[in-house]
Structure formats: structure tokens, C-alpha cells
Design a protein around this ligand. Structure first.
Ligand code: BGC
Length: 411
């Protein structure tokens, strides 16, 4: 097993292209889609993975996090694809051949359409179905030392809170009416594709029961993986802000951290590590979340540029969960790559300080490639490598060298 992991992450749906059996693909092609464009061939990573992995290795990194697409492995319920499984085995082998530790994610937001038609992430049947898929792919990947079951298990809880706040802010008027009309059209399309007006996709608002189903899916998949992949470290990943309070905002900040993190402690109990995914901070005042300070730099996503958030989160997570921490995502959407270089240097300085004192297993930057940023499409630039959208030609950015150099010189 490698020592400290330094590398980058991607997910299948965002990079591979033509993920035609997935719920995201279906949603992207609806007339009233919330996606600004479809993923199409994405970064065609399905065919370029060898080249992409080589770029990461040549830069001096030692780890690559990728996800397996359930909808490719099991395009119809109970029909498994040996061909798709062989593809992911080849990706893991390419990592090993290039001296990279493969870090596998079993579920990164997208799910098979059939699963959603059966009730998706609100159905009691899902944990067992997920565990069956987890076992199937674990038996076919070869030696894997690090695996996370579910990416950002807490995502739906965050979406539920955002939806609630949005609904409360919807005033009567032209905008509210237009929004409701559009929502009703979207509901019709959902019924046609998923058999229900409000499909329980992963990237949707979760109920309390849905969150319990996700926890159970994690536990059952973890048990299946451990049975097959002896010695593999298994965890799940969480989307975590550096939650801060100004005077009077302490209670709201505590509430936020409770739902982002503390609610998930029962799920990670018994895990081998916890995957931390952090992009910025959230600051609370007495009346709610505060906007970034006047004059603060913002990323393409609109977040405050604040790489120091990562160190704060890693420390807090370790102190409260007492589990080794693997930074499974951290990054910045920026057109100017010099900002990404600075972001990496500042974020990693903090991680290396943590490493002196706490069990930190590694740092995986989001993302290796400029890719499909879900609803926001291809306009966000998170990559260490740019991808020409017409030719699919790859161009490594300076930030990739910065990441590799830190590994070679400081670790
Ligand atoms: C997700 C990625 C996403 C990234 C940047 C994380 O929440 O895991 O899929 O691209 O953030 O927004």
C-alpha cells in the first residue's frame, strides 16, 4: 500500500461519456431539464483513460480516484455486463502499471434508470441491490486498497435544506408562477421516464428515511466489499464546508454542522477512513448564512476562494470522528490556472501541517480533467488538464505540475 496518497479524482458520469442507462442521462435529455446541456461524450475518458492516467503519473502523482458506473455494470436489473466490469478492471490495472494507487468509488451521484423506477434512494430495496452490485464489481477489479462506497452521502440532505429555503423565498408573482408551471411540466416528463412525478434520484432532496436508506446501503456494501477485497480500506465521502460562526451565529452554524457531518457519524462507525470533500467555507451570522466578505475573490461556481477551509475541516473531522481522513476532493473552478496553483499550494500546506499530527491518508484534487459539472455543464473549469471539446485533445496545465512537484519535493 502506498504511503501518503497524492493525486486527482474524477467521476464516471462527468468524464466518460455516453452513460446512456443512467438517470442523469435521462434527466439531461428532458425538455424541462435542470441541466444546461447534456453530458454527451463528456471528456471521452472511457476511451482516453490510459492517456489520462499516464499524465497524472508523469507529473509525479501516486494516486487516482475514479468511479465505477453502476448503470454500465447493471444496465437492467439483474443483468450484469462482464464487458463493463472488464473496462474498470483495465482502469485499475492502468493505475497500477503507472505506479498510481487506484482509489475506487462505487457510486458518484448517477444511478441506473431502473433503480429510480423502483423507488431509487427512498426505497427499502435499494441497500440490498447496491450491495449486490458492490460485490459483483469487487470480485472483478483485482487488488484494490482504497474504496469508498458512496460519494457525498450527505448531498440529498443539503439539497433538501436548499429546496426548503428556496420554496420559502418563492413569492407570489410572475417568477413564482413561471417556476411552478415549469415544475409541473418537468413532473410530467418524470412520470414518463421514471414512472413518478418526483423520482428519488441521488441528486435530489432526501427525506429522513432516505438518509437512513443511504446509510444502510453503505453498511451493506461495505460488508460485501470487505468479504471480497481482503485488507481494502473502505469508507464513504461527505461534502463538508468549513462551518464558521460570527457573533450570534453559533446556533445556526452548529445546526449546519450537525446535518452536514454529525448526522452521518452513525454511518461511518466501523469504517477504515472518512472521505472529506471540501471546496470553501460557510459563515453564519445571527440571521443566517453570510455572503463572502466584501471584495473576496469568488470562483466560477460563485464560492469564496478560501483554500484554508480544508485544514480546518480535516482537523474537525478527525477530532469528532477519530477516523483516518482521506481528502477525496478539494479544488477550485477557475479559468485562470494560476489561481488553481495558488489554491493547491495553500490547501496542501494545511494538509501537510495536519499530517504531522493526525492520521491523514492523502489528498486527491478535484479534478484531473475539465469535465461535466452536472447542471452547470461544461462551463466550469476544475481540471488540472484541459480537454478540447472538439478534438478531445488533452493539455496538462501548470497546476498538474505543481501538484506532482509537491509530492516529489515535500512528501
Ligand atoms: C462532487 C463532484 C463535483 C464537485 C465540484 C463535488 O460535490 O463530488 O462531482 O464536480 O463537487 O462541484
Amino acid at each position: 500500500m502506498s504511503a501518503f496518497l497524492i493525486g486527482a479524482a474524477t467521476s464516471a458520469h462527468q468524464t466518460e461519456g455516453n452513460n446512456v442507462f443512467s438517470d442523469c442521462w435521462a434527466m439531461e435529455h428532458m425538455k424541462h431539464s435542470s441541466f444546461i446541456e447534456p453530458s454527451g461524450i463528456a471528456a471521452d475518458h472511457y476511451h482516453h483513460f490510459e492517456e489520462d492516467i499516464a499524465l497524472l503519473a508523469e507529473a509525479g502523482c501516486n494516486a487516482y480516484r475514479f468511479s465505477v458506473e453502476w448503470a454500465r455494470i447493471e444496465p437492467e436489473e439483474g443483468r450484469f455486463s462482464e464487458e463493463a466490469a472488464a473496462h474498470y478492471r483495465a482502469v485499475a490495472e492502468a493505475c497500477r502499471r503507472h505506479g498510481l494507487e487506484p482509489v475506487v468509488t462505487l457510486h458518484h451521484f448517477s444511478s441506473p434508470v431502473w433503480l429510480i423506477q423502483k423507488g431509487g434512494w427512498e426505497s427499502d430495496e435499494t441497500p440490498a441491490l447496491f450491495a449486490r452490485y458492490a460485490r459483483y464489481i469487487s470480485e472483478r477489479l483485482g487488488k484494490i486498497n482504497y474504496l469508498s462506497t458512496i460519494n457525498e452521502a450527505n448531498m440529498g440532505e443539503g439539497i433538501a435544506r436548499a429546496v426548503q429555503a428556496f420554496s420559502a423565498s418563492l413569492q407570489v408573482g410572475v417568477d413564482a408562477e413561471a417556476f411552478r408551471a415549469r415544475a409541473s411540466e418537468a413532473a410530467k416528463e418524470n412520470r414518463e421516464v421514471f414512472g413518478t412525478p418526483s423520482p428519488a434520484v441521488f441528486l435530489g432532496a432526501r427525506t429522513a428515511r432516505g438518509n437512513e436508506i443511504i446509510k444502510q446501503a453503505h453498511r451493506m456494501a461495505r460488508a460485501a466489499v470487505r468479504e471480497v477485497l481482503q485488507g481494502c480500506k473502505v469508507g464513504l465521502t461527505l461534502s463538508l464546508h468549513d462551518v464558521q460562526a460570527q457573533k450570534g451565529g453559533e446556533a445556526l452554524a452548529a445546526e449546519e454542522w450537525q446535518s452536514e457531518f454529525c448526522d452521518w457519524l452513525p454511518a461511518v462507525e466501523g469504517d477504515d477512513f472518512i472521505g472529506v470533500q471540501n471546496y470553501t467555507r460557510k459563515v453564519f451570522g445571527k440571521d443566517g448564512e453570510l455572503p463572502p466578505p466584501e471584495g473576496a475573490e469568488r470562483t466560477q461556481m460563485g464560492y469564496e476562494f478560501y483554500p484554508e477551509a480544508l485544514e480546518h475541516v480535516v482537523r474537525r473531522v478527525w477530532h469528532e470522528a477519530r477516523l483516518p481522513v482521506l481528502v477525496t476532493e478539494n479544488g477550485v473552478a477557475a479559468k485562470d490556472d494560476a489561481r488553481r496553483c495558488t489554491f493547491i499550494e495553500r490547501a496542501l500546506k494545511g494538509v501537510l501541517r495536519c499530517k504531522q499530527e493526525l492520521p491523514v491518508l492523502g489528498y486527491l484534487h478535484w479534478s484531473l480533467l475539465d469535465n461535466f459539472e452536472w447542471q452547470k455543464g461544461f462551463q466550469m473549469q476544475f481540471g488540472l488538464v484541459s480537454v478540447d471539446r472538439d478534438t478531445m485533445a488533452r493539455t496538462p496545465k501548470e497546476s498538474l505540475s505543481v501538484l506532482g512537484r509537491i509530492n516529489k519535493e515535500f512528501i
